[in-house]
Design a protein around this ligand. Structure first.
Ligand code: C5P
Length: 419
């Protein structure tokens, strides 16, 4: 399971190029993913790609006739290599073969796909490449040299992945999976508001053992925290996510540390917090734990006596980070999940924990759901982010945090105009 927004590529026009390779079979699914994400997709294939998948399949999935050669008379003035990219928001080549990457590095243009890449308006039509090849081909100095060149020319390289290859070997060079490619394309279009920043996020519930098989936990699904981690990563931040026990996929590019108890979450957070620019405490940490968890499963007794559990209070992670010395204290953002008196409690919590920003939401209306309503509470007042899916809200929250960070940064000294 992963967090997603409904139509993250709505209004985007993607030219999807396929060069020859067995990974062409994944391009069918990738086309579907792009269309489901709201993009319009124009497929362009090389002759080699047609050996692996038919244009008919991709036409059916994209809903548009596929272009395969530069002599195609359908384009206005028979100039497919010019027309195809003029309205495109990006050219994505998946799979990008070693041969295609070589052509791009050299500026060769002997088929429609390479010709179109050379003729695209480079300043406003970015090129994204998803390499797919055998691990030896990938590791070859010639391939790496060509990749360095296409990167230097402005191309973005997605992946490749690592693992089993169609040839039976194992290593680097697998094309990313369609859902991974989609996540990277969506991320590519996000404004890099947190470039160069390190962001630490907690997410999910904690699990406090009573005995080896039972424990205290809560209904937090982790979706909001994972969405915040993804949004921050998409905004260009280096993100560390400390996650309680949840069944969610790690967002692409995010470093994840799994923990069980509140104490473990505290330890992981306090270890990393002093090097971070931002800390977002989304986790629903259990307030209490069993002071002495039983070493063996607690059994019913003949006299049916109730078990006695002594509770101890968990450390408050957010408050502890907010108390770090100013030089090592990240910008702290807390969450308040309440069942009643939401704003009153959020204001009180902000003061008590000593943090500049609290994000308030109603617990029963958010736990486990894909959408939410957030209210940002700071020293000045409140601002509501109306109901939306959690990733959309997380992107708005990240934009808000980025603006707050920018406002804190010392103004750059004005350049004195020379006369
Ligand atoms: O005190 P309360 O649990 O209501 O506060 C919620 C906020 O504090 C959330 O941001 C939560 O992640 C954080 N918190 C924490 N450590 C705790 C309890 C809450 O970081 N032990």
């Amino acid at each position: 399971m992963s967090v997603a927004d409904a139509a993250p590529l709505a209004g985007r026009h993607i030219v999807l190029g396929l060069s020859g390779g067995i990974a062409c079979y994944k391009a069918a699914d990738f086309t579907r993913e792009l269309v489901k994400a709201g993009a319009t997709v124009q497929v362009v294939m090389t002759e080699a790609a047609e050996h692996f998948i038919t244009a008919t399949t991709l036409q059916a999935l994209s809903g548009r006739a596929v272009f395969t050669n530069q002599w195609d008379a359908r384009a206005a003035g028979s100039m497919a290599h010019i027309d195809l990219t003029r309205e495109a928001d990006a050219v994505v080549i998946a799979p990008a073969s070693a041969d295609l990457i070589t052509k791009l590095a050299q500026g060769r243009a002997d088929d429609l796909l390479s010709l179109m890449c050379l003729a695209r308006p480079i300043a406003r039509c970015p090129l994204l490449l998803a390499p797919a090849m055998n691990r030896e081909m990938w590791a070859h100095p010639a391939t790496q040299r060509n990749l360095a060149q296409v990167r230097a020319d402005g191309a973005e390289v997605l992946g490749p992945g690592n693992g089993d290859q169609a040839c039976g070997e194992v290593g680097d060079g697998r094309m990313l999976e369609p859902t991974e490619l989609l996540a990277d394309v969506v991320a590519f279009f996000q404004p890099k508001l947190l470039a160069g920043k390190r962001v630490l996020v907690t997410a999910g519930p904690t699990f406090e053992p009573l005995d080896p098989v039972r424990g205290i936990t809560n209904r937090s699904s982790g979706k909001m925290g994972f969405a915040v981690a993804r949004a921050a990563a998409d905004a260009g931040a280096a993100v560390t996510l400390v996650a309680g026990p949840v069944a969610l996929d790690t967002p692409r590019g995010v470093r994840r540390i799994d923990v069980g108890t509140g104490q473990q979450m505290f330890d992981a957070v306090l270890q990393h917090a002093p090097t971070q620019h931002v800390f977002v405490a989304t986790a629903a940490v259990a307030d209490w734990r069993a002071a002495h968890p039983a070493e063996r499963k607690i059994k019913k007794t003949a006299d049916r006596a109730m078990p006695h559990v002594e509770f101890a209070e968990n450390p408050d992670i957010l408050a502890a980070v907010a108390r770090l010395p100013a030089a090592t204290r990240p910008y702290c953002v807390g969450f308040a999940a309440e069942s009643h008196d939401l704003l009153h409690q959020a204001r009180e919590k902000r003061e008590r924990k000593g943090v500049p920003l609290i994000v308030a939401n109603l617990g029963p209306a958010t736990f486990g759901r894909d959408d939410n309503v957030l209210t940002l509470v700071d020293a000045q007042g409140e601002r509501e982010l109306p109901r939306a899916d959690k990733l959309t809200l997380a992107r708005q929250l990240v934009a808000d945090i980025a603006a707050r960070l920018a406002a804190l940064e010392p103004p750059t000294s004005p350049t004195i105009a020379s006369t």
